[in-house]
Design a protein around this ligand. Structure first.
Ligand SMILES: [Zn+2]
Length: 269
């Protein structure tokens, strides 16, 4: 007589007790859609950006002197139900949502076929992370790293100080001063060689929501200082694509670079 292996029994038991639920409507997942974690009914409600809307790029958000623009892929518009899911992840102690959200990031990311060497979450300050219990971007980054089978290096990027919420500051100079030097890399010797090595592929910086883009760019600076190219990937934003803001050329050039496989360090036009 054959017995099921112990792990299988436990897994089957857990699946019966806690059947997988849709990350959006929380109903038991009877009909899994193409996107892991979402039911077929909810999939059409996700406010995905089109391919051309999903590629944001900046040349005017970094502090003067860096002159870098880099591709930022944004998967969705900041609208319900994604907005609710992100708020729930942030404030509702629902870390399970990270897996489903990482799937949404992956959908956006795969449209551009950019390879990367590793994944890094935009960090919270230690104090904030302790208050909340986790960094929501960190959870998404960890799940995303697993899904694309790349290392998660989030532990190596730290936020040096507690910054004001960007949304509370109005002037662009104020926002930049607030963030200036806010992030740094903590990489001991050999690890730095591994992350920084002679690799043309970018590190992917991950955040949950993008407002102005200033935080993401500030978080990219420690990498640029060490000649590590960066690409950004965010779950959601209300921001229009840069191609609409500063002319179509940039969008086209970025898209061209993307199709060639890499486009994280374009020069200022
Ligand atoms: Zn659903």
């Amino acid at each position: 007589m054959k017995f099921m292996d112990g792990n299988k029994v436990v897994r089957a038991g857990l699946a019966a007790l806690y059947p997988p639920r849709c990350a959006c409507c929380n109903r038991v997942l009877m009909h899994q859609s193409n996107l892991s974690g979402f039911c077929r009914g909810c999939l059409p409600r996700i406010p995905f950006r089109t391919r051309s809307q999903a590629l944001l790029g900046w040349s005017d958000f970094g502090p003067a002197g860096y002159g870098r623009s880099y591709p930022v892929v944004c998967a969705t518009w900041y609208r319900d139900p994604i907005r609710q899911m992100l708020l729930k992840l942030k404030f509702g102690d629902a870390p399970d949502l990270a897996h489903a959200l990482a799937g949404i990031l992956l959908y956006g990311w795969n449209r551009f076929g950019i390879d990367c060497r590793g994944v890094v979450a935009v960090p919270l300050h230690q104090t904030r992370e302790r208050e909340r219990g986790y960094n929501q971007a960190g959870l998404i980054a960890a799940a995303f790293a697993k899904q694309i089978d790349r290392p998660d290096w989030s532990q190596y990027l730290i936020r040096n100080r507690i910054t004001e919420r960007q949304s509370s500051l109005t002037a662009r100079e104020e926002r930049q001063a607030n963030l200036s030097g806010a992030f740094s890399l903590t990489l001991p010797g050999k690890r730095f060689e591994r992350i920084g090595g002679d690799d043309a592929r970018p590190v992917v910086l991950i955040d949950d929501v993008l407002t102005t883009g200033a935080t993401l760019t500030e978080a990219a600076i420690p990498f640029w200082r060490n000649n590590i190219p960066v690409a950004g990937l965010v779950a959601s934003s209300d921001k229009q694509t840069q191609s609409r803001l500063i002319g179509r050329n940039i969008g086209r050039r970025l898209a061209l670079q993307e199709t060639r496989g890499f486009g994280s360090t374009l020069n200022r036009p």
